[in-house]
Write a protein that binds this ligand. Structure first.
Ligand code: SF4
Length: 224
């Protein structure tokens, strides 16, 4: 399992011998970290088991139900987290839609279904070009090629109801102006973060398989 949590480290001061205090603080930190790690692992294992049990269902059922679960998780976590009211994502703020997006095959099947049902015309030449890039090389594309094929000219997602979970959970709390990678440093963007959403998506990518959206979509559109 990808370790997506970090162990916190800090310093301790006090009026008892430093070595005793240090070792006690160190033991307490280790115990807290162990407890947190066990808690997070339990969430990951639960989703892994759920996805393994669902693997034989049809692709669209898996995609829709997993998207619905993601929305529920995010809604519940946002209700509990006071910082989440600062989420600034909105129409036309679409920097994330120019980044590499990992999805699983059932999400690709759902998107391909939307394309077929709506008669949406995709720029297949650009999709082919995008498919040649990996997570590591994605940013080497010409700027005009990087945008997701589903990003509308008004900056809105044209498949919003069927967008992948990677898009659902990516929520930014800093000024949308900072999302412009040409003008701001990437680390100036602050994200609101749900552990459960991250672990759930890690489990889905692990169980169902991960691919960048262009390659996965191309495969799904080619499938009968
Ligand atoms: S599917 Fe929609 S939200 Fe996700 S990257 Fe594409 S345009 Fe953006």
């Amino acid at each position: 399992m990808r370790r997506i949590w970090r162990v916190c480290r800090g310093s301790v001061a006090g009026g008892i011998p430093v070595s005793d205090e240090n070792s006690r603080a160190s033991a307490n930190r280790a115990a807290r970290n162990e407890k947190k790690e066990a808690y997070l692992r339990a969430i990951y294992d639960r989703y892994t088991a759920e996805f393994r049990a669902a693997e034989n269902q049809d692709a669209l059922t898996i995609a829709r139900s997993t998207h619905s679960t993601m929305d529920t998780v995010l809604q519940a976590d946002r209700a509990k987290n006071p910082g989440s009211e600062n989420i600034r994502c909105g129409k036309s703020c679409s920097h994330c839609c120019r980044e590499a997006v990992e999805i699983w095959p059932q999400e690709a099947a759902l998107l391909a279904g939307v394309v077929r049902e709506t008669g949406m015309v995709l720029d297949m030449a650009r999709l082919e070009r995008q498919s040649a890039y990996t997570v590591d090389t994605w940013r080497q594309q010409p700027p005009a090629d990087k945008a997701c094929l589903f990003l509308g000219s008004d900056g809105a997602c044209t498949v919003y109801e069927s967008r992948p979970n990677a898009c659902r959970k990516l929520l930014v709390v800093t000024d949308p102006a900072l999302c412009d990678a040409e003008k701001s440093k990437p680390d100036s963007v602050g994200r609101w973060f749900s552990w459960e959403a991250e672990l759930m998506e890690s489990a889905a990518l692990e169980v169902f398989g991960a691919a960048l959206m262009p390659a996965a979509l191309l495969a799904a559109l080619s499938a009968k």
